[in-house]
Design a binder for this molecule. Structure first.
Ligand code: SAM
Ligand code: SF4
Length: 465
C-alpha cells in the first residue's frame, strides 16, 4: 500500500486572508454544511460517488440537489474519452465568476489524470482528489477548513478505497460492490491504468461481509465491479479466484441475483460459464468487451487475444445449459483501422449476435501509447463507421427481440412511468422490459412478465398474475 499525499506546498497560512476558504465554515440553517455531487461516467464512478457521499454524510454534511445551495460542490469525473473531459471543464467554467466562496472540487479519473493542472485551468477549484484517496476526503477538507486554498489527494497505489464506514446507496434496487480496483493491462487507447492505478483485489471476507450487510438491508441484487472484474485474485490466505468468489456471493442468504462487470476476455474461462450454469443466483448475462473484430487492430490495441480466441469463449457461453445474454464494447476508427478491418468488426457482430453493444469512436487520450500512432482515421469517417455499426447491431436486436415474443421472464421492477402507465425492470439476462400491470406498488418486486412485442432497445410485455 502506498502513502497518501496531501499537497502541502500551497496550503495557506491563517494570516493569508486572501487565500482562505470562508465557505467551508459557512453553516446551513440546520447546522450542517451541505454538499452537491455530480457524477460522470461508468458504474464504478457511480459507486465511487456513493462512497464519497457516505464519507461526507458521516462527517456531518447534508446532500443538496441544487449546486447553488451547496457549500461544497463536487464533480466525480470521467476521462475515458475527450468529450467526457470537456464536459467536466464546461461544468467547472460555470463557476468562474460565481463560486462565491464555495469549495469546488474535482474527483475521479480527470482529477487523477490532470492533477494540479486543474488549478491552472480553473483557479477557483480548491480540491483535486483521485478515486484511490476518497477515504482521505475528511483530511483534505480539514486542510481547507484550516485555511488551505488548494489540496490534492492523488496517491494511486492504495487499496484503502474499498472500505468506507458509510456508503450511501443511490440505487435502491441494485447494490454495487467493488471487488477489484485499477488495471494491469495496457490497452494502447486506455487511460484507466493511469487514472486508477495498478490492479488491487479486495479480500474475500470483506466482500462477503458487505454482501451479507446488503442482504440484511433488503437488497436482493448485487453487482460486483472492477475494470477487469474476472482477473480478481483474493489477497487473503483463501487465495480464491474470481469464480470462487462469484459462487460464494451467490450463496449469501437473501441474495437472488449476482451480476459482474467488466470481464476481460483474456481472463474469461470455462469455469465461469459452469458456475453460471450451476448457480441460479448468478445472472445469465456476460459483458465481454471485444473492442474490434480485426486481429490487426486487436494487436495494435494490445488486447492480448485474437478474434478466434474471443469467438471460442463466445462458443463456451452459447453452449451453456441456459441461454446467457452477451453484450460488448466496441471502438471504431482506431488509428490504422482500414475498411477491411471495420468489415471484420461488422462480421463479428453477425457471428456473435450480441444482445446489445456500447459503441464508441476512438478518442486519443493523454498518457496512452496510441495517442501518437500514425494513420489517424478522420473524424467524419469514424462517425460514418459508428453509424454503420449501430445500424447493423440495431437490425440484429430487432430480429432477436422479435423472437422473444411469447416468452416469459422474471423481472425485478425498478421504475414506474405513471404517464405511460408502465412499469420497467430487468430480466436476469439484463434485458430492459416495459410492461403493464393491474397491480400497484411493484417497485422492488420480482414479477413474471410475458413478452408481447419486440423492439430494438427494449421489449414490451404484460404482467402474468
Ligand atoms: N476494462 C474494460 C475492458 O477491458 O473492456 C473497459 C473499461 S472502459 C472504462 C469502457 C470502454 O470505454 C472500453 O471498453 C472501450 O470500449 C471504451 N474506451 C476506452 N478508451 C477509449 C478511447 N480512448 N476511445 C474510445 N473509447 C474508449
Ligand atoms: Fe482499459 Fe484495457 Fe484495462 Fe480495460 S483492460 S481498463 S480497456 S487498459
Amino acid at each position: 500500500m502506498g502513502t497518501f499525499v496531501v499537497n502541502a506546498s500551497n496550503v495557506a497560512t491563517a494570516s493569508d486572508a486572501s487565500l482562505t476558504n470562508p465557505a467551508i465554515s459557512s453553516i446551513s440553517p440546520d447546522g450542517k454544511k451541505s454538499f452537491y455531487l455530480e457524477t460522470f461516467g461508468c458504474q464504478m464512478n457511480a459507486h465511487d460517488s456513493e462512497k464519497v457521499s457516505g464519507v461526507l454524510l458521516g462527517r456531518g454534511y447534508r446532500a443538496v440537489e441544487n449546486p447553488a445551495q451547496a457549500d461544497l460542490v463536487l464533480y466525480n469525473t470521467c476521462s475515458i474519452r475527450e468529450k467526457a473531459a470537456q464536459k467536466v471543464f464546461a461544468r467547472l467554467g460555470d463557476w468562474k465568476t460565481v463560486a462565491n466562496g464555495k469549495i469546488i472540487g474535482v474527483l475521479g479519473c480527470l482529477a487523477q489524470q490532470e492533477g494540479e493542472e486543474i488549478f491552472e485551468r480553473a483557479p477557483w477549484v480548491s480540491l483535486v482528489c483521485g478515486s484511490a484517496s476518497y477515504r482521505k476526503l475528511p483530511e483534505l477538507l480539514a486542510q481547507l477548513e484550516a485555511g488551505g486554498r488548494r489540496v490534492t489527494g492523488l496517491d494511486l497505489d492504495t487499496d484503502e478505497t474499498f472500505e468506507t464506514e458509510i456508503t450511501r446507496r443511490d440505487n435502491l434496487i441494485r447494490a454495487y460492490i467493488t471487488i477489484i480496483e485499477g488495471c494491469d493491462y495496457s490497452c494502447s487507447y486506455c487511460v484507466v491504468p493511469h487514472t486508477r492505478g495498478p490492479e488491487r483485489s479486495r479480500a474475500s471476507d470483506a466482500v462477503l461481509a458487505e454482501a451479507q450487510r446488503l442482504a440484511d438491508a433488503g437488497y436482493t441484487e448485487i453487482q460486483l465491479l472492477g475494470q477487469t472484474v474476472n482477473s480478481y485474485r483474493d489477497p487473503s490466505t483463501r487465495k480464491w479466484r474470481f469464480v470462487d468468489l462469484l459462487r460464494a456471493v451467490a450463496a449469501v442468504q437473501g441474495i437472488r441475483r449476482v451480476r459482474f462487470t467488466t470481464s476481460h476476455p483474456n481472463d474469461f474461462n470455462h469455469e465461469i460459464v459452469h458456475a453460471i450454469d450451476e448457480t441460479p443466483a448468478l445472472c445469465d448475462h456476460v459483458h465481454l468487451p471485444v473492442q474490434s473484430g480485426s486481429d490487426r487492430v486487436l494487436r495494435a490495441m494490445r488486447r492480448t487475444y485474437t478474434r478466434e480466441e474471443y469467438l471460442q469463449k463466445i462458443e463456451w457461453i452459447r453452449a451453456a445449459k441456459r441461454p446467457i445474454s452477451i453484450t460488448s464494447d466496441i471502438i471504431v476508427g482506431f488509428p490504422g483501422e482500414t475498411e477491411a478491418d471495420f468489415e471484420d468488426t461488422l462480421t463479428l457482430l453477425d457471428a456473435v449476435q450480441y444482445d446489445t453493444i456500447f459503441s464508441f469512436t476512438y478518442s486519443p487520450r493523454p498518457n496512452t501509447s496510441a495517442k501518437d500512432m500514425p494513420d489517424a482515421v478522420p473524424e467524419e469517417e469514424k462517425s460514418k463507421r459508428l453509424a454503420a455499426l449501430n445500424e447493423r447491431q440495431r437490425q440484429i436486436q430487432i430480429a432477436n427481440n422479435e423472437k422473444l415474443v411469447g416468452a416469459t421472464f422474471e423481472v425485478l421492477v425498478d421504475a414506474h412511468h405513471a404517464a405511460r402507465g408502465q412499469w420497467t425492470g430487468r430480466s436476469t439476462s439484463n434485458r430492459l422490459i416495459n410492461f403493464t400491470s393491474t397491480r400497484e406498488n411493484l417497485l422492488g418486486e420480482y414479477v413474471s412478465v410475458r413478452v408481447t412485442r419486440g423492439g430494438p432497445n427494449c421489449i414490451g410485455g404484460e404482467h402474468v398474475l
